[in-house]
Design a protein around this ligand. Structure first.
Ligand code: ATP
Ligand code: MG
Length: 403
């Protein structure tokens, strides 16, 4: 390789006039300094948790609203402020944020709380009851007022037991307290809870409405100020991203992802500002990102099934040297490939009945579709078609399952 081309590669990376000032400010984990169109929710949640500062136990709160309506960010924002305020005044407030998609059992919730309160202890291999006692002991001893956030609580197995145990602690504590903030985007969750859990968790309820295009535009404008150089995003680009996200049921996450991706594309193209065209191009990438993220979050058996399908499609495509006919996969072939791969990965394949169940679930998500095979096939053979790039599916799932 000529020295010139190496220089060119290195030069592209020191290029200082890209569009971003702080790309992180557009990432999902960033907590911005203000939250437009959520002022009321910030105020209400602050009022709800504030009694903790005078030693009273805040009511438990249940927050719900569609995806991307700011539930997580508002909660983190308020608790961050609460933590800072309490720390300055040496009030023993502790907040533990738990994402139940990751910590999805009662015992892993308790381990997470235990680790935050007692960072020097090792909880591995201990019984849940013992960890619970250790947590209570610490709360009592240091008179801790604890706020536990159970985000995406719908993913928690054993919601009732967890909520019950955390709440019961208050009866056993002479000093200190534990309050719960439960968050979910599953609107039917509340009604699926048993009456006792429901009344405990929903002492207070907050509903986050979806954003409209105007709200999304303001959110993007503010985040763009933190993330992009001055003048590096056109108003048209922001308005367009907001309009697209408004159509996606007012999802601010989608709006931000669009803007972030549009920025990446602008940088790749060496443009000095993000335009509507970049947003258009970003749309495709974001939609792909969303599907890949969803695939990454699927249950393991469904992932194995999908990976087997993707490999089968790729193998069949490789065999096709003539004609442009589509790759046809029958349910029988798919089941066989899935069972084989499951065994290779050291898992027991599920029965045919469950396999069908998984196939319909994946079809519901729009990752594949199923049609009854016509003439020339046996009885109730079905044809399964992947609707998303097998190469990309295989890429992600190899990493998740095999690596
Ligand atoms: N009012 C706002 N101002 C600035 N950024 C916001 C606002 N509302 C949401 N966001 C941003 O949009 C993204 C999605 O918000 P958030 O994660 O809080 O959604 P959510 O309601 O928790 O969604 P889900 O139910 O999918 O978890 C985050 O990056 C967040 O920072
Ligand atoms: Mg959330």
């Amino acid at each position: 390789m000529a020295e010139d081309s190496i220089l060119e590669i290195f030069n592209r990376h020191v290029k200082r006039n890209g569009v971003f000032k702080n790309r992180d400010a557009l990432s999902p984990h960033y907590i911005p300094s203000n939250l437009p169109y959520r002022e009321e929710q910030v105020k209400e949640l602050s009022e709800t948790v504030a009694p903790i500062l005078s030693g009273r136990k805040p009511e438990n709160v249940f927050i719900y609203g569609k995806t991307g309506t700011g539930k997580t960010v508002v909660t983190r924002y308020v608790l961050k402020r609460l933590g800072e305020f309490a720390k300055e005044r040496e009030i023993p407030v502790n907040t533990v944020y738990i994402n139940c998609r990751i910590h999805n059992t009662r015992s892993s919730v308790f381990i997470k709380i235990g680790r935050e309160l007692l960072p020097d202890d090792n909880f591995l291999g201990l019984s849940t009851a013992y960890i619970y006692e250790r947590i209570l002991g610490k709360v009592r001893e240091a008179d801790i007022r604890l706020m536990v956030v159970l985000d995406e609580i719908d993913k928690l197995k054993g919601i009732s037991e967890t909520v019950y145990a955390l709440n019961r602690a208050n009866d056993e504590l002479e000093k200190g307290s534990i309050s719960i903030i439960g968050i979910s985007n599953v609107l039917t969750l509340k009604d699926s809870l048993d009456p006792r859990t429901k009344s405990t968790l929903c002492q207070r309820e907050m509903i986050f409405p979806p954003y409209n295009a105007e709200g999304l535009r303001k959110i993007l404008e503010d985040r763009a100020k933190e993330g992009f150089r001055e003048g590096a995003v056109s108003d048209g680009a922001i308005a367009l991203a907001a309009a697209y996200a408004a159509r996606q049921s007012g999802d601010a996450r989608y709006a931000l992802q669009l803007l972030l991706r549009a920025g990446d594309i602008a940088e790749e193209e060496g443009a000095s500002a993000v335009t509507e065209e970049h947003v258009e191009k970003a749309k495709e990438r974001v939609e792909e990102d969303i599907i890949l993220e969803m695939i990454e979050a699927l249950p393991e058996q469904e992932q194995i099934l999908l990976l087997a399908m993707a490999k089968l499609v790729l193998a069949k495509k490789g065999q096709k040297t003539l004609g442009s006919g589509e790759v046809v996969i029958t349910s029988g072939e798919a089941y066989e490939a899935y069972s084989k791969l499951a065994r290779e990965l050291g898992k027991d394949p599920v029965s045919d009945r469950w396999f069908r169940e998984y196939i319909s679930e994946l079809a519901m998500y729009g990752i594949l579709n199923v049609v009854q095979a016509g003439k020339g096939f046996r009885g109730n053979t079905r044809i399964i078609k992947l609707l998303f790039s097998p190469v990309k599916i295989a890429d992600v799932l190899q990493r998740v399952l095999v690596a």
